[in-house]
Design a protein around this ligand. Structure first.
Ligand code: HEM
Length: 445
C-alpha cells in the first residue's frame, strides 16, 4: 500500500501525493549517487509527483515542464523562495535577492536590474575582456584540470568586474577562500557550528565578507565606477529608492556566489563535450577566427556555434540542478494537494532529459537547438537552466557574455582532448561537478 501525504478536504478533486516509505536520508543519498536512475524508478513507481520525509521536512518532487510552469509562474503566490532556499544557504546568503519574496523581492529586483542593462553589460565586457585575454596567454598546457582553472578564472573575474578594487594578492586569496567556504557550508551534512566544521567555517567566512564590503562601501558611494559594487551603491528605483548599506552588502555577497560556480560548471561541461566531439571544437574555433581577437559586444550574438554548444551543455547539466520552493499556503500542483509547509522541488536536471521534448535526450546534440529543430521550444519550461518566473536568473546575459568571451579566447589559442574511452565522473552531491575536475591534454596552437 502506498503511503500518502496529507489528504485534501473531503469533496476535493485533488489527489494526495504518494510518499516513499524508505528512510528519507537514504533516499537523498541514493538520489545524489545516481539522479537519473533514481528519477526513473520514482516515476515508474509513483508518477511525476512524489514525496519523501527527511531531516524533519517533507520534500515533494514535481517533475515535468507543466509542473515547473505552475510552480515558477506561481499565479496564486502559494510558493516562496525565502523559506525554501534559506533551508540550504540561509545563514551564509542571508537576504540575497533569491531569498526575498513577493513585493519586497520585486522592489529589490527593480533596483538590482539596473546593474544588468545592456549598457552596463557592455561596460563589464570592457573590463572583463582584457583580463580574460591576458589570462589566456598563460593558460597552462599539458595535463590541465579544467574545473580548477575555470574556478580560479571566474573568481578573479568576479573580483575585478564586480568589485572594481585593486587588491593585493593576499587579500584576493583571503576573499576567495571566504567565498569558497560560504558556498561549501550550504551543503554541509552537519548543519551546526561545530568548531572546525563546514558550517562553522561558513559562518566565520560570511563575517569576513561582510566586514570587507562594509569597509569599502563609503568609498564606493563617493564615486561612480563601472563595477557592480558601485552600480549597486548608486542605483535607484523608479521612486528614487536606493539600497541601504546592508542591502548592498547582502546583494554583493549573494551575486558573487551566484556568478562564479554556475559559469565555472558550464565552461567545464562545454570543454568536456568539445573534447569528446572534436568536430564541434573545430567548428567553434573556425567561427571564432571569423571575428577579431577582441570581441565587440554585438559579436556575442553572432558566435552561434559556441551558443549551440553552451545551450546543449546547460541542458545536459544545468549547474543549478533543482529549484526548491516552500508552499506558504495549501495549494496544488498538477492536481495533487500540496499542504502549507511542504517543500517542493523542480528537478531541472531530470526535466532537461524529457523524451517528450528531446530526441535521444542523453546524447550530446547541439543542433537540437537550431532554429529548424528548436526542441527546447516544445514547452516554455522545457529548457530552464536559468530558472523561470520572477526569480529567473538576473545574471543570464552576463553569464553568457563571460562564457562566450572565455571560450572564444581559449579556442583561438589552444586545443584540447581527452582519451577516447574517458567519461567524466560526476558528483551530484551539491552543484554538479566532475569528481576528477576534468583533466584534459591541453596544447598551444
Ligand atoms: C551559467 C550560469 C548561471 C546559471 C545556470 C544560473 C542559474 C540560475 C537559476 C536557476 C536561478 C533561479 C533560482 C531559483 O529561482 O530558485 C538563478 C538566479 C539568480 N542568478 Fe543565476 N545563474 C548563472 C549565472 C549567474 C551570474 C553570472 C549571476 C550574476 C552576475 C547570477 C545571478 C543570479 C541572481 C542574482 C539570481 C536571483 C534572482 C532573483 O531571485 O530574482 N547568475 N540563477
Amino acid at each position: 500500500m502506498v503511503v500518502l501525504l496529507a489528504q485534501p478536504e473531503a469533496g476535493s478533486d485533488l489527489k494526495a501525493v504518494p510518499m516513499s516509505e524508505r528512510n528519507g536520508v537514504l533516499e537523498i543519498l541514493t538520489m545524489r549517487r545516481d539522479p537519473f536512475g533514481f528519477a526513473d524508478r520514482k516515476r515508474l513507481k509513483f508518477g511525476d509527483v512524489s514525496g519523501m520525509n527527511a531531516f524533519g521536512t517533507t520534500f515533494v518532487t514535481c517533475s515535468g515542464a507543466a509542473a515547473a510552469s505552475e510552480i515558477l509562474m506561481n499565479k496564486d503566490r502559494a510558493f516562496a523562495n525565502g523559506p525554501a532556499w534559506s533551508y540550504f544557504i540561509g545563514p551564509f546568503f542571508n537576504r540575497g535577492i533569491m531569498l526575498l519574496d513577493f513585493d519586497e523581492h520585486r522592489d529589490h529586483r527593480h533596483i538590482l536590474q539596473q546593474a544588468f542593462t545592456p549598457r552596463v553589460l557592455q561596460g563589464y565586457l570592457d573590463e572583463l575582456q582584457p583580463m580574460v585575454a591576458e589570462r589566456m596567454t598563460r593558460f597552462p598546457t599539458g595535463r590541465v584540470k579544467m574545473l580548477a582553472e575555470f574556478k580560479k578564472l571566474t573568481l578573479d573575474v568576479a573580483l575585478e568586474v564586480f568589485l572594481g578594487l585593486e587588491l593585493e594578492q593576499a587579500e584576493a586569496d583571503r576573499l576567495n577562500k571566504a567565498f569558497i567556504e560560504t558556498v561549501r557550508a550550504g551543503v554541509a551534512y552537519v548543519r551546526k557550528p561545530i568548531p572546525g566544521g563546514r558550517w562553522w567555517k561558513g559562518v566565520r567566512s560570511r563575517k569576513i565578507l561582510e566586514e570587507f564590503f562594509y569597509d569599502h562601501i563609503a568609498a564606493k558611494r563617493a564615486e561612480a565606477t563601472p563595477d557592480l559594487f558601485s552600480v549597486l551603491c548608486h542605483a535607484e528605483g523608479e521612486d528614487g529608492a536606493r539600497f541601504t548599506d546592508e542591502d548592498v552588502v547582502n546583494h554583493m555577497i549573494f551575486v558573487l556566489m551566484a556568478a562564479h560556480d554556475t559559469t565555472t560548471i558550464t565552461m567545464t561541461q562545454m570543454s568536456y563535450w568539445m573534447a569528446k566531439h572534436p568536430e564541434w571544437q573545430e567548428k567553434a574555433r573556425a567561427q571564432s577566427f571569423e571575428f577579431g581577437e577582441t570581441l565587440e559586444y554585438a559579436d556575442l550574438a553572432k558566435l552561434t556555434v559556441i551558443d549551440l554548444i553552451m545551450r546543449e551543455s546547460l541542458r545536459l547539466c544545468p549547474p543549478v540542478p533543482a529549484q526548491p520552493r516552500m508552499a506558504v499556503k495549501d495549494t496544488q500542483v498538477q492536481g495533487f494537494y500540496i499542504p502549507k509547509g511542504t517543500m517542493v522541488s523542480i528537478p531541472q536536471l531530470i526535466n532537461h532529459r524529457d523524451p517528450q521534448y528531446y530526441s535521444h535526450p542523453e546524447v550530446f546534440d547541439p543542433e537540437r537547438f537550431s532554429p529548424e529543430r528548436a526542441e527546447d521550444k516544445g514547452h516554455r519550461m522545457a529548457w530552464t537552466p536559468f530558472g523561470g518566473g520572477v526569480h529567473k536568473c538576473i545574471g543570464l546575459y552576463f553569464a553568457q557574455m563571460q562564457i562566450k568571451t572565455v571560450m572564444h579566447h581559449l579556442l583561438r589559442s589552444y586545443e584540447w582532448s581527452v582519451p577516447d574511452r574517458y567519461t567524466m565522473p560526476m558528483d551530484y552531491s551539491a552543484l554538479p561537478v566532475p569528481k576528477d575536475k576534468l583533466p584534459v591534454q591541453m596544447r598551444r596552437r
